[in-house]
Design a protein around this ligand. Sequence first.
Ligand code: NAD
Ligand code: TYD
Length: 356
Amino acid sequence: MSFTPASILITGGAGFIGSNFIHSFLANNPGCRITNLDMLTYAGNLKNLTDVAENSQYRFVKGDIGDAALVASILVQEKVDAVVHFAAESHVDRSITGPEIFVRTNVLGTQVLLEESRRHWQSDVVTDFRFLQISTDEVYGSLGDTGFFTEETPLAANSPYSASKAGADLLVRAYHETFGLPTLNTRCSNNYGPYHFPEKLIPLLIHNIINKKPLPIYGDGLNVRDWLHVRDHASAIEVVLKTAQPGSVYNIGGNNEWKNIDIVNLVCDLLDSRLKREPGENRQLISFVKDRPGHDRRYAIDASRLKNDLGWEPEYTFESGIAETIDWYLDHQEWVADVTSGTYLTYYEKQYGERP
Ligand code: NAD
Ligand code: TYD
């Protein structure tokens, strides 16, 4: 199966993973046009995309995936032949304090995109089409000490975030089964790397260590996550988009299971030497705090289907990826300062004038 997109609609491309994907996809596919539809919530940062903003193959549209008329007009105007759908509310802790927006964006927003994609695909504007839903291993729930999530693991989401992603994944499946829409669905483990919003564990640790602030560890710190470098994720998405059979689901993982406390210690130690602090100094910032309600104990991905069917494997080890990521944050402290001060929220006006 081979598919070469000519015009992609990317949703949520101003966020962490979407912006990394835009960088790599534009570099690998200079002939493909990209339209980035992003509402610029607190998680959207146009500074992630300054080096592609002038690329003639790239266009930014500020808007909501739930706006059917806007989505329909982009699909037709740009002759879109692939939708790569990243846009979401993505932070588990926020879904506990305010679940409603997660259902609105992640479930209802995905339904609008699917419906407009179906109409567009059934018109004669494009001959071939793909809808790629970017999802998470969190839809499978939590593992015990052993075992891995495969694509056949039943969905058993535990947080409002993962429940909303599971709902969206089932709608994607339904649009394939019911209407034949050529959908693809990837489910990946925890990403890390450049442009990661500093509310998530790894960038939060780096930021707090630099500023000598406490490092909050939920519960006993023994929860396990399986870490995937965001550039490995981007390369896997490209492979799935171009070569997977419509209707298929693929797990994406980096074979990097780590207990939270081991990551915290590693990041502390790497920053001791980079910040010229005493060995062990940063570990004194560790602070065990009340556990997250419904905190999934362990995630671990079996990505062998992706390797066996499509030949994809991750390139980063966690040790190489985390060192590079720490160096990226040290080299981009202005990016972090703009996020923590809120200055990044003014980039749309600076670049494009008043918000519509
Ligand atoms: P993010 O929070 O960094 O970015 C989300 C982007 O979506 C932002 O730019 C935001 O402005 C935009 N957005 C939100 N609501 C929108 C709406 N209604 N209309 C248009 N744009 C909207 O998220 P991320 O970490 O880059 O995650 C991207 C996707 O990958 C999500 O679907 C997430 O569920 C999935 N995922 C993320 C991880 C991870 O570790 N970060 C792991 C597995 C899956
Ligand atoms: P997070 O980055 O929020 O990703 P997710 O919850 O989607 O896996 O958290 C990663 C792990 O780190 C998770 O087990 C929760 C834990 N964690 C902390 O211990 N302290 C923190 O301040 C944060 C944000 C997360």
